[in-house]
Write a protein that binds this ligand. Structure first.
Ligand SMILES: Cc1cc2nc3c(=O)[nH]c(=O)nc-3n(C[C@H](O)[C@H](O)[C@H](O)COP(=O)(O)OP(=O)(O)OC[C@H]3O[C@@H](n4cnc5c(N)ncnc54)[C@H](O)[C@@H]3O)c2cc1C
Length: 459
């Protein structure tokens, strides 16, 4: 008897042709993201190019009860794209058009497979930029689906604050449009926000209306180093509480900095806890912000600021920060990692980071710390030792850090999302009733449970 998935593959070939493929190498490539979960092969990979194709494909999968896993750049860190129940991996990377840029309104409309770097390359000569910058060059559809953020979130917000509207194909194939171009609207339920962070479990985002920002007149970046981690974290808290509008403020502990120095060939930095700053504004306001931040840092023991004034030097510094994950991985070739993503209210940041550091030391594992600390968000990249119990030890440490973040009023994930890895914490964080409402929304939109099954909810 023909399996439902085979029926779908054959029917989809009538409109996707060779772009519906069962090629072994492509199925392997779509069997995992950037995480340590065991890979699972999809039955087929569909390379879609239009919203209408996505609609036809979902209608077919819905009719035959075949699982669908949207796939952007595959950089997510919690098993999001692993097709745990097989089915069709829907690759969005050929939906690459920038459909319109409205410079005077500072917005644009793009297809979901455009990456953040591609968009900024496109905007470069218009005096505009898109600020949300995860360390990877992810697709903007994937960023919407994981409610991503990055180093600029402290000033410009996360993807949630920068999306005005969406085109989404819901699981039965209907195409809906949410939001619009205006900066605010008080009509109807906020469906845009419902799909932001839905991790491919409610539908496939095919187009995105984004807010853009003007490239600031002046930008300056600096690093400052501390003899101890406490001084660095106390500086962050004081800078944020003083209300200095920093564009970026990132913490890198001494273990991670050693990896960055080696990987990105950074000169003039010692292997010490370090803060990376960036300030945006006019020449005068940048100088004022920088002066205030430096004064605070020095009062907590910083060895003064080291300025990166020339744009090439600044780019090198921030590229090194964005490459922190690869730098840490390069230090332990062949090992896998588990990335924690705790976030706490800013006033509890010192408690959370310093306790995390103690937990890491006690665990005997290597876990460099790096973080978007202006938001209270930090990552420990737990390297999984090669022994048979290595992954269990890494997850045990992850659970410990999450439990503390939750106890401090925080969240188990500031930006990476739930996927497979954080499902067990969802009820603790949101409560059973809120979780029941989330399940009811899922059941209404996706009654056959075809969209990215096994993710977000346990069972
Ligand atoms: C080195 C490195 C650094 C990182 N730094 C950050 C960081 O600073 N901040 C941060 O937030 N994350 C970070 N991440 C995690 C990751 O880059 C983000 O989660 C990113 O948003 C994923 O985008 P993607 O295109 O790779 O999506 P994928 O990994 O392909 O997919 C992620 C999820 O979104 C769904 N999805 C993808 N596209 C669509 C779509 N069009 N419609 C509906 N659902 C869709 C998938 O089904 C899946 O559930 C980092 C990862 C790496 C490897």
């Amino acid at each position: 008897m023909t399996r439902p998935v085979e029926t779908v593959i054959e029917a989809a070939r009538t409109f996707l042709g060779e772009r519906m493929t069962v090629n072994a190498a492509l199925r392997e490539q779509h069997s995992h993201g950037e995480d340590s979960n065991p890979p699972v092969l999809p039955d087929a990979v569909a390379f879609v190019q239009t919203t209408e194709e996505v609609s036809q494909l979902l209608a077919l999968c819905h009719a035959h009860g075949v699982p669908v896993v949207p796939f952007g750049a595959g950089t997510s860190l919690e098993g999001h794209v692993t097709p745990v129940r097989g089915g069709i991996s829907v690759d969005m990377t050929r939906m690459k058009q920038v459909l319109e840029v409205n410079a005077e309104d500072m917005d644009c409309r793009i297809e979901a497979g455009v990456t953040r770097k591609e968009l900024n390359q496109h905007l470069r000569d218009r005096g505009l930029f898109f600020p949300v910058d995860p360390g990877s060059d992810s697709t903007i559809g994937g960023m919407c689906a994981t409610r991503a953020s990055g180093t600029n979130a402290v000033r410009y917000g996360t993807i949630r604050e920068n999306v005005l509207g969406l085109t989404v194909v819901v699981p039965d194939g209907r195409i809906i449009r949410t939001g619009g171009r205006v900066r605010k609207s008080s009509t109807g339920y906020d469906l845009t926000r419902l799909f932001i962070g839905s991790e491919g479990t409610l539908g496939i985002i095919t187009e995105i209306q984004l807010r853009l920002h003007g490239i600031p007149e002046a930008t300056s970046a600096a690093t400052c180093q501390f003899d101890d981690l406490a001084g660095a974290v106390e500086t962050v808290i004081a800078v944020m509480q003083t209300g200095i509008p920093v564009a970026r403020i990132e913490l890198v502990d001494e273990v991670q900095l050693a990896a960055c120095i080696a990987y990105s060939k950074l000169d003039g930095l010692e292997e010490l806890p370090t803060l990376f700053f960036e300030f945006h504004g006019t020449q005068a306001s940048v100088a004022e912000q920088a002066g205030q931040a430096e004064e605070i840092a020095v009062s907590f023991g910083a060895r003064g600021f080291r300025w990166a004034t020339d744009p090439a030097e600044r780019t090198k510094l921030w590229q090194a920060r964005h490459d922190a994950y690869w730098a840490a991985m390069a230090q332990r070739p062949g090992l896998k990692s588990v990335a924690t993503d705790s976030i706490v209210p800013i006033s509890r940041l010192a408690e959370a980071v310093l306790a995390a550091k103690r937990d890491i030391e006690e665990s005997g594992l290597s876990a460099p710390i790096v973080g978007h600390v202006g938001d209270g968000n930090f990552h420990a990249l737990i390297m999984v030792p090669p022994e048979p119990d290595g992954l269990d030890r890494a997850w045990a440490l992850d659970r410990k850090l999450v439990a503390r973040a939750l106890a401090l009023g925080g969240s188990c994930s500031g930006e990476h999302g739930v996927g497979l890895g954080k499902r067990e914490f969802l009820e603790i964080e949101h409560g059973a009733e809120a979780l029941a409402v989330m399940r009811a929304i899922k059941a209404t939109l996706d009654p056959r449970g075809i969209m990215n099954p096994g993710k977000v909810f346990l069972n």
